[in-house]
Write a protein that binds this ligand. Sequence first.
Ligand code: GAR
Length: 202
Amino acid sequence: MSVARIAVMVSGGGTNLQALIDAQESGIIKDGKIALVISNNAGAYALTRADKAGIPAEVVLLKDCKDRAEFEKRIEDLLSEYDIDLIVLAGFMSILSAEFTGKHPNRIINVHPSLIPSFCGKGFYGLHVHEAALAYGVKVTGATVHFVNEIPDGGKIIMQKAVEVMEDDTPETLQRRVMEEAEWKILPRACQKIAREIVRGN
Ligand code: GAR
């Protein structure tokens, strides 16, 4: 295999998707190619980012499916259709079932906006993570890229980066700093690392 075909799954703004697109253009990601974007939200700005970059995008809505199993089956069908090797969850706000994750061991990675095992697991997503970090009063937080298994945010850690919490931070300012200083840096690097392992047959 010369290049690992990547599907990026998104739900919202897609700044992490943008970081991946930019990293592909700048050559930070060289053993992977973003071949597909899947969104579970038809209004996600991430879809516009995919369009601007000329990347095929598909929308799969839970409300159009009779149950979660059908929702995941539609995603599986797309992954096969586009011949995907690596799945990257970049702000994908839906927990995938153990059945789904079990089919792709070490082939799904996720970016989480804290230093796992702090502020992670069920209910900890998006801004809530930063609200929890500020409420606890931690002075350092960060981001983690990890493999996805049947335990929410419980898979093996691939990369982490720490970010300082400022005295006057709000959840929004902290979220932005964690994205800029950590997520947008480690997600592309982790993606390249795993893509390279896939290409080399590891
Ligand atoms: C990011 O901060 C990402 O780490 C987080 O949602 C945001 C999505 O932003 N993901 C989670 O909380 C998953 N548990 P984006 O759409 O701009 O990339």
